[in-house]
Design a protein around this ligand. Structure first.
Ligand code: GDP
Length: 206
């Protein structure tokens, strides 16, 4: 077995709304995308074993910046603004697409995107649209079905099958996840380590 990845440091680097504000490093980056309130902040905090590194939102749709986090001074997590929340102002909603597309199409060190979807419901039109856009661009993407703890275990296969079908994946390609129980954390880390080409396996669970 390869050495285990340990999270030694996780630091907020800054926010950006345009390319000039992206950090100047050349570290490989992984971006996280999902509908507002889907559980993206919770998932990132769970991966990093940090309770409050990424703020868990009380006002869905409020954060409209791209946020960069340095991990172990070896790679970078990029928290993309959430999409698809009905109650955000139209101007905010309209700015999402160019801001996010600019990052996804121009950032040279982007290694892949983690797209987070709610296991409880079929992927939304927004989810599918982003997923297909990533696929058409050839950007590697991992589909994570989160809030698994809110679905009865016996119903997981059916929910996962439906999501996989809509996304054009096999069920085994989807990662079932729960920030509450940490279900899927190690499997997701394995996938991320592969995208980052770290040559290590998942971090040790405490
Ligand atoms: P974001 O807007 O996508 O960053 O979503 P948050 O991480 O802020 O989560 C939105 C809400 O869902 C919060 O109340 C979280 O506590 C809750 N939540 C997030 N992930 C999970 C999960 O895996 N299980 C459960 N039961 N609740 C979750």
């Amino acid at each position: 077995m390869e050495p285990i990845l340990i999270i030694k440091s996780a630091d907020f680097l800054g926010s950006a709304v345009k390319a000039a504000q992206y950090p100047g490093h050349e570290l490989p980056e992984l971006a996280f995308a999902g509908r507002s309130n889907v559980g993206k902040s919770s998932l990132i905090n769970c991966l990093l074993q940090r309770k409050k590194l990424v703020r868990i939102s009380r006002t869905p749709g409020r954060t409209q910046t791209i946020n960069f986090f340095d991990i172990n001074h070896a790679f970078c997590f990029v928290d993309l603004p959430g999409y698809g929340f009905a109650r955000v102002p139209e101007a905010t909603r309209a700015s999402w697409r160019p801001m996010v597309e600019a990052y996804l199409t121009t950032r040279k060190q982007l290694r892949g995107v983690v797209q987070i979807i709610d296991l409880r419901h079929p992927p939304t039109a927004h989810d599918v649209s982003l997923w297909n856009w990533l696929k058409n661009r050839g950007i590697p993407a991992v589909a994570v079905l989160t809030k698994a703890d809110k679905v009865k275990h016996g119903q997981w296969p059916e929910h996962a099958r439906q999501a996989a079908l809509v996304l054009g994946l096999s069920v085994d390609d989807c990662v079932l996840f729960s920030a509450l129980t940490r279900e899927g954390r190690d499997i997701l880390w394995e996938r991320l380590a592969r995208l980052l080409d770290l040559g290590v396996s998942a971090p040790a669970s405490p």
